[in-house]
Design a protein around this ligand. Sequence first.
Ligand code: 0A1
Ligand code: ZN
Length: 899
Amino acid sequence: MTAVEQSLPEQNHQPKTIYLKDYQVPDYLVKTTDLRFEIYDGETIVSAMLDLYRNPAATTAATQLRLHGADLELISISLDDKVLTPADYEFGEESLTLFNTPETFKLLTITKIKPEANTSLEGLYRSRTMYCTQCEAEGFRKITYYLDRPDVMSEFTTTVVADKKYPVLLSNGNLLEQGELDNNRHYAIWHDPFKKPAYLFALVAGDLAHIEDSFTTCSGREVALKIFVEPKDLDKCDHAMTSLKNSMRWDEEVYGREYDLNIFMIVAVDDFNMGAMENKGLNIFNTSCVLAKPETTTDAGFQRVEGVVAHEYFHNWSGNRVTCRDWFQLSLKEGFTVYRDAEFSADMGSRTVKRVEGVTLLRTLQFAEDAGPMAHPIRPESYIEISNFYTMTVYEKGAEIIRMLATLLGKDNFRKGTDLYFDRHDGQAVTTEDFVAALADASGRDLTQFKRWYSQAGTPRLEVTDHYDEDAQEYRLTFKQSCPATPECQHKLPFHIPVAMGLLGSAGDLPLYLKDAEPDFETSDNTYKVLELTQAEQSFVFQRVQEKPVPSLLRGFSAPVKLHYHYSRADLVLLMSRDSDGFNRWEASQQLGLAAIYTAMQHYQQGGDLSGWVLDADLIEAYRSVLQDESLDQAMVAYMLSLPSEAYLSELAEVVDVEAIHYSRLAVRKALAHALRDEFVRIYNAYNHQQAYRVTADAIASRSLKNVALAYLILLNDETLIRACEQQYRTSNNMTDVMAALTQLVNSESSLGQGLAENALADFYQRWQHESLVVNQWLMVQASCSLPNTLAKVKALLEHPGFDGKNPNKIRALIASFCNSNAINFHANAGAGYQFLADQIIQLNRQNPQIASRLLTPLTKWKKYNSQQQTLMKAELERIMAEPQLSKDVFEVVSKSLA
Ligand code: 0A1
Ligand code: ZN
């Protein structure tokens, strides 16, 4: 008997794997869907009238209909007015099959559900004072019996009936009617004229306040915009509203996409598994992604609100008007929409900064996923639980694939392609193949090989070598690509990779004359080219190169690959100071930082002492010149001065040496702080003046640079500087500066810092205890503290009134922060951190399977650690596996991690 079979005593079978190759069109389709919700305390009655017809595209003339349904109590079911008896149907696991179904019929089901008892936060549930829904991916089946699959699109009319203590009753589309009923009840009827799959359905009932604005579309239609929140949060909606209007205008200008209903609503909900949801006309948001004001929200929080509002709004076209045929196609809407929101944010702020942030996320979290047991292509071939596939790969790598298409096609052809895609498939549920076909047809490009990005997982490796022939004045670049094996595929075929590049001479960019290039490929002062790799090995020769150049490769990170080229320190210093590509200037700073940390690591691993570690003078000068470079955006200076993160260092390592990484990185930071103390003090003082808070790119950049300087200065353990930090905590008018100071105090190794941190933490909670999102930041800063004894503090915080084990945001702030962002503590104490995490997962497995499954990520990486850590991590995975009644979500991740 395998471990898997043993571990499921209360399940009579192993969860089933669903395969893309088994896709079949639905036997029936639903023309219209009429829903009526009668909400009472403790239970809700749902009546669903479906107008069904046999799918003309079905292969066989089906005479039965299998509907999805989960956790429903069936009260009655009638087909064309005939009440059905148990002989007419059969219950299965999450299904109800009707026998002898005719060509067309009307089906009325009445079911009872219990939103108050729904802790999974899928379907209809209660969050604090309101009722709300989350139907993606398969939550609608927890509301009523239905064909809960994205290729069944129907026109919805929804009646919501509730007590008047819930004055706001919302659903998708336009409001048709509302009125009063007996017994202090009232109703609202909503109609959505656009066909949609059930995953886009939404309903909200609550005592909500709202702000209101309007938007005039490019064709002159007036759209009402409303953001609904709990009354206490009404002062935190303005930034989301501005972001929404900016998004609406941007989608018209950049993609020609106009909004289509006469109202667009957002509702903020405190208990939410993900960031937000793009339900047609009624987006539902985690409060953390919509509420913002300077006193309570950091700059990163403001930017997240802008990005998520845009993301959900953009789904109205990339996801809703054109949706996915099946869940294997998830990246069709998510990759494309992430690319769209990233470009929007780049246009709203600094393009280079946005790219640096996006690539940082990709190279730490997505590359790690692509190298682990859950690796999958952006279009997976199979899954057990689709909720497990809302991943960094589907979202972030998916967006990189779209970015590469945009690079290969060029701006105009890419726009022609997306226009064709939206025109051709409006109102349809389609595949990633359809998307690529539209781009290929509109541009005339052959994208056959490019499609391998959709089916092959893993991060390709690009080895680059070069040769300069001084006599011939020719420079040859040779690229070798390969890709490591991943669970679904051992041997990969070469990818089609766009490599944006330039060549640097001592005075900056050189003109590029590519040998054998198409005539139109070459222009007279061309310093930027996109080379297209299609083979395992490929060379490019540049002519008229008068000095040995330094190549600037993969500009703007033009492909999601790992690039290897042997740069000398002098090369990197040149790129860092002279490259015309801002992204590659930053990249060079990171390479320099990596090399400095590796040197310290080597010393540490050989038993050396890192106290008083010093850096080479030329390296320090290179960093000093960044600090003094007036031409650079301050946000870029801040990023260039920030060393590669522990997470990135871990991703790059064959075997992660947690302590060596942590202490070496810290030693290099301390060395920089000592060497550049005066510059950091100058910067800190220059930007540390109280101004009215503004959320512009410039203001954010100044705060970010000042706080990077502060983070270095605090490492000097100097009383004056520590007190300055405490003063920043006490006197700042915005949460960015307050949080930056609090984080430094909490992590300060000095006893003075620790004492001040204790007072500040107590003061902070006292002040903000009624602002749940602020309390989350307070939990997070403590959970991420790299000093010893943090696990004990985290455990104590589980019992604190500011924590709530049912709220996903609190779980993320405390438990996930500790396990994901605090490696030195998570991996310490002979597996105590692993055991802590497994205990939490076991507890959450039944309560909220999606959250339980997401928490597993750090344990899935067990193969990357030393043998003692491996044994301990694996033992915890096995302990989870042995639990009775494992959810499909947790089962899939644990079993794949142990395979
Ligand atoms: N589609 C939403 C996010 C989302 C994803 C999955 C969910 O449940 C499994 C819920 C919401 C987005 O991309 O914004
Ligand atoms: Zn999305």
